[in-house]
Design a protein around this ligand. Structure first.
Ligand code: FAD
Ligand code: DHB
Length: 394
């Protein structure tokens, strides 16, 4: 088998890359270990930056998102029992975010690829990457019937997430990794209830962080800070509600509406970057190259930004033989990656309780929150990072 670009992983990065390449007449094959049903049912991110929304619209896969997605022009910071609105749109000359679940983006992209005759091989096993430092790299894998396949490619895109095989296929002496693990996780729930608030609430409380998000007029998404090795069994519904009510309590009379909880899960928090995001003819994109803690809602958006740059670079190569954009891919992508790493770390540090925290640290966090809520300059810094900085042209 032969293709122009071999793509490992049918997450947002791999599927969108395949779609953007197709629009430019470049052929690709996506290989994915899980089934279509599994990738379309995995619950993850919910917040799309303005640039992500624009790119999905411009590339013709935004129709359902425009109908079902929920644009938000602000977010709420809640601390010391009061809500403070950050007016995202006013502070960023009209930019906003859209709440539209990641698995809906996945469904739209899978459909677009399959409708266009695109190749996605689901249920593959034992993927290995070969000859990465030659002109003809290859992917070897077992297909869904167990047969060994070899796919020869001009280029390989490693879009297989944090636990994939692409990054470890780069010799360790050729990569440098930067990591920070946080001493807490997020406990996430889905519940049947109408929205409790018009905008997302990021709450800081002595008992820990809480986040009120949404999915639809009937389904709500909530998170609360927990122990990193916590388990769902430790969280009966009564405890969840007790903790959420305590962390979101205020003197303004607002109260979270309860509903039937139908999904629970624990999410680990880490910051991670590998440099460079390239080795020979292998390019890494999305979580395969970097992870952010979810507080800034940046992970999915960074994956989209990476493949936007990569698709442009590959298009320039196939159109005119120019390799300079491919040469600069890692450097270009890493600029945005490090900005998002900083923002995500900053939001996380400002909004969570640290186990070794002193009363001094608590006071510093409150002071920082008051400053962000009260200063137009500080609120603008949060707003322009949260809605996503404009893409730099290559
Ligand atoms: P993935 O989505 O991880 O996709 C990788 C794919 O590769 C998977 O389908 C996997 O099965 C496949 N794969 C793995 N190994 C192999 C292999 N060996 N061979 C073939 N295929 C393989 N981000 C935001 O922007 N906004 C948010 O609001 C947000 N909230 C989040 C909330 C939660 C609870 C979590 C967990 C994450 C959140 N994120 C958020 C992060 C976001 O979900 C990820 O950054 C995003 O999924 C990255 O996309 P990706 O395509 O790089 O990787
Ligand atoms: C959601 C996830 C996030 O990480 C975040 O910062 C905001 C919202 C969500 O899943 O809705």
């Amino acid at each position: 088998m032969r293709t122009q670009v071999g793509i490992i992983g049918a997450g947002p990065a791999g599927l969108l890359l395949s779609h953007l390449l197709h629009l430019r007449g470049i052929e690709s094959v996506v290989i994915e270990t899980r089934s279509r049903e599994e990738i379309e049912a995995t619950l993850r991110a919910g917040v799309l930056e303005q640039g992500t929304v624009d790119l999905l619209n411009e590339s013709g896969v935004g129709e359902r998102m425009r109908r079902e997605g929920m644009p938000h022009e602000g977010i709420i910071l809640r601390f010391s029992g009061q809500s403070h609105r950050i007016h995202l749109s006013e502070l960023t000359r009209g930019r906003s975010i859209t709440v539209y679940a990641q698995h809906e983006v996945i469904r739209d992209l899978v459909k677009a690829r399959l409708d266009a005759g695109g190749q996605i091989r689901f249920g593959v096993k034992d993927v290995s990457l070969l000859d990465l430092d030659t002109q003809l790299p290859k992917l070897r894998f077992h297909d869904d019937e167990g047969a060994v396949r070899e796919l020869a490619c001009d280029y390989i895109a490693g879009c297989d997430g944090f636990h994939g095989v692409s990054r470890p296929s780069i010799p360790s002496r050729m990569r440098r990794e930067y990591t920070r693990v946080y001493p807490f996780g997020w406990f996430g729930i889905l519940l049947e209830a109408p929205p409790a608030t018009e905008e997302l609430i990021y709450a800081y409380h002595e008992r820990g962080f809480a986040l009120v998000s949404t999915r639809s007029p009937e389904i709500q998404r909530l998170y609360l800070q927990c122990h990193p090795s916590d388990e769902t069994g430790n969280w009966p519904d009564v405890r969840i509600w007790e903790e959420l009510h305590a962390r979101l309590a205020g003197s303004d009379g607002w109260r979270l509406a309860e509903g039937r909880i139908f999904q629970k899960g624990v999410i680990a928090m880490r910051s991670f970057v590998v440099e460079p995001m390239r080795y020979g003819r292998l390019f890494l994109a999305g979580d395969a190259a970097h992870i952010v803690p979810p507080t800034g809602a940046k992970g999915l958006n960074l994956a989209v930004a990476d493949v936007r740059v990569l698709a442009q670079a590959l298009a320039a190569f196939y159109a005119s033989g120019r390799a300079d954009l491919l040469e600069r891919y890692s450097e270009t992508a890493l600029k945005r990656v490090w900005r998002a790493e900083h923002f995500s770390w900053w939001m996380t540090s400002m909004l969570h309780r640290f186990h070794d925290e002193s009363p001094f640290h608590h006071r510093l966090q409150l002071s920082q929150l008051q400053y962000v809520a009260g200063s137009r300059a500080a609120a603008t810094m949060l707003a322009e990072n949260y809605v996503g900085l404009p893409f730099e042209e290559a």
